[in-house]
Write a protein that binds this ligand. Structure first.
Ligand code: AHM
Ligand code: MG
Length: 339
């Protein structure tokens, strides 16, 4: 079995420094911690701010989603004069626009577009994004999320984007995170120096540090899997689920990856989306769903695997490549691997 655990344990002095920053606004936090980045020129900080800004706009759209049909019925347009669109499409437009205008990103990979988008600029970063994940929950007022991964481009700035800029392994991410549009909206991210969570205060329009130096418990009692598909799970997965039942674990499955993952990070648990008859390579996408959450999980002391090795080490051959996904508390993931 390959090494699954996180080697970057946050030194306790560092984590207590961050703990003292609780309540700090996201902008200030990013600025204060900018020197941690390997390339501390400010562009990555600006990119994170662009993501935060776009997420606030998407949050606004998500919150009024229930009104869209009503407004649509009277032929309403949004403030930009566009016709009301489906939320996932809208979220893609909001994030793409913010990242394009920001200028730090030279190429965009999105669940919503077949190929990557070359932004033809001098940007140093490549971003892979699932603008609004949890398609089955979008129209029914259940938590949904945005997932993002950030890479350094490899070819010289200002030249056309090359395959080596796009097809980078998860271990090459320089930042990753997610936004959870839930009972509160949260932005959680890592730049490889631990994981920090920020809660959105809508009346002030700001994210504030609420979950400093997040650590996922090594052990947990929650398992999250779509058991409705269990007839077509591999035998080992069926046996693992039986073990969860024998141990009286709690089953929790929202069907929005970000929400299930976030709960398990806070409480301890495992999220599993295995290979099934319908999706022999798993359902979830490596580039804009699994890699980001694997990076966050490892940085929080957890683990992520495809059942045979570390998610972050998987070679990328295709933008929309799928993978089985086991992520969460270190001991639970290791135990699942033993099956
Ligand atoms: P999506 O990208 O179409 O939203 O699919 C991804 C989602 C995840 O958020 C979630 O964990 C999973 O698909 C649920 O799938 P299922 O309905 O098969 O359990
Ligand atoms: Mg998705």
């Amino acid at each position: 079995m390959q090494r699954l655990t996180n080697k970057h344990h946050l030194p306790s002095i560092e984590s207590s420094r961050i703990a003292q920053s609780i309540g700090m606004a996201l902008d200030r936090f990013i600025k204060n911690n900018q020197s941690q980045f390997q390339y501390a020129s400010g562009e990555l900080s600006q990119l994170l701010r662009d993501i935060a800004l776009a997420s606030k706009v998407v949050n606004r759209e998500v919150n009024k989603a229930g009104l869209i049909d009503i407004m649509g019925a009277v032929g309403s347009q949004n403030t930009g004069g566009e016709d009301q669109q489906k939320l996932d499409v809208l979220a893609n437009i909001r994030f793409s626009r913010a990242l394009e205008k920001g200028g730090e990103v030279c190429a965009l990979i999105s669940e919503e577009t077949e190929s990557f988008v070359d932004l033809n600029n001098e940007g140093k970063y490549v971003i892979a994004i699932d603008p609004l994940d949890g398609s089955s929950n979008i129209d029914v007022n259940v938590s949904i999320g945005t997932i993002f991964s950030v890479y350094r481009r490899k070819s010289p700035a200002g030249t056309p984007i090359q395959p080596q800029d796009i097809l980078q392994k998860g271990s090459e991410q320089v930042a990753a995170g997610y936004v959870l549009y839930g009972s509160s909206t949260m932005l959680v991210y890592t730049t490889g120096h631990g994981v920090n969570g920020f809660t959105y205060e809508p009346t002030l329009g700001e994210y504030f540090l609420s979950h400093p130096s997040m650590r996922i418990p090594d052990e947990g009692k929650i398992y999250s899997i779509n058991e409705g598909s269990s007839n077509s799970f591999p035998k080992a997965v069926k046996e693992y689920i039986q073990l969860c039942k024998d141990k009286n674990y709690t089953a929790r499955y929202i069907g929005s990856l970000v929400a299930d993952f976030h709960r398990n990070i806070l409480k301890g648990g495992i999220y599993v989306y295995p290979a099934t008859a319908k999706n022999p390579n798993g359902k979830l996408r490596l580039m804009y769903e699994c890699n980001a959450l694997a990076f966050v999980a490892e940085q929080a002391g957890g683990a992520a695997t495809d059942g045979s090795g570390r998610i972050l080490d998987i070679q990328i051959n295709d933008l929309h490549q799928r993978t089985p996904f086991y992520v969460g508390s270190k001991n639970m993931v290791e135990q699942a691997m033993r099956f």
